[in-house]
Design a binder for this molecule. Structure first.
Ligand code: HEM
Length: 235
């Protein structure tokens, strides 16, 4: 038993400072945290936990999204029926769907609030300017996830929202028609558009966002903590 335990956990019981540091360093999930942090850097008012909460909603959306994929078919005759089944047939289907929908709204709001927090803390300034750019891409990814998910219920709201959105793209000078064609996989909101939005929503965008969030959080660690006030002591 001791050998098996030792092969997984490579440090002693975390009762000394050294073992506590090793517990963080050698753990895949914990190593993202610094071994030591100043009290001021982890105060609620420093970040309002908005970045962490954005990541938490992304996690909830991934789990509930995968569960929804067990029931949903991205096809014109089935999509709306599947939504109704989720509401009236599937156990806890309404809860699952609403959890996904509300988390999606929350994520958009949290990411925006996080960006506002970063802006007013001046945390976009060097050396964090590159992380701000990654953040802008994450915001774009979040909005696109929200937009592509909107079509999937295949109800009137979904159909007309995407009709309006793609017509706006169509209004872009010179290349507008091509952008619209690329978005829909054709000239109208139909079977091809539904499949395209589904693949973007369930595979391409979540994968891109996952990589983006990993780089973003890694950069937060590398760029170091920011102080809203000049630190007087080493607390
Ligand atoms: C999916 C969306 C996002 C996630 C999951 C996310 C996550 C995080 C986390 C966990 C932190 C560290 C804690 C904190 O400051 O709250 C952070 C910091 C930061 N984020 Fe984001 N973020 C996202 C979007 C954005 C956006 C849209 C921007 C700006 C355009 C941005 C810019 C930054 C910057 C510059 C920092 C460093 C702040 C500092 O060191 O004080 N992030 N982010």
């Amino acid at each position: 038993m001791n050998r098996v335990f030792r092969s997984i956990v490579r440090h002693g019981f975390p009762d000394t400072n050294r073992n506590r540091s090793l517990a963080v360093f050698t753990n895949f999930f914990l190593h993202i945290h610094p071994v030591k942090a100043r009290l001021r850097a982890i105060r609620l008012t420093q970040t309002w936990y908005l970045g962490g909460l954005s990541a938490a909603t992304f996690f909830i959306l991934t789990v509930t999204g995968i569960l929804l994929m067990f029931y949903y078919h991205p096809s014109v005759p089935r999509a709306y029926e599947d939504m109704k089944d989720l509401e009236f047939v599937v156990s806890a289907g309404v809860f699952l769907r609403n959890l996904h929908r509300w988390s999606a709204h929350m994520m958009v709001a949290l990411v925006l609030l996080h960006m506002i927090r970063v802006f007013f803390a001046g945390a976009y300034r060097p050396p964090r300017e590159f992380n701000w750019v990654i953040g802008v891409m994450l915001l774009l990814g979040t909005v696109l996830l929200s937009y592509t998910g909107y079509l999937l219920p295949w109800d009137q709201l979904a159909f007309w929202a995407v009709t309006v959105g793609t017509n706006m793209a169509d209004a872009v000078p010179v290349i507008g028609g091509d952008i619209k064609f690329l978005m829909l996989g054709g000239n109208g909101v139909n079977e091809n558009a539904l499949l395209r939005f589904y693949v973007l929503h369930c595979v391409v965008l979540p994968a891109a966002l996952l990589v983006g969030i990993a780089v973003h959080v890694w950069r937060v660690r590398k760029d170091g903590g920011i102080y809203l006030k000049k630190p007087e002591s080493n607390e």
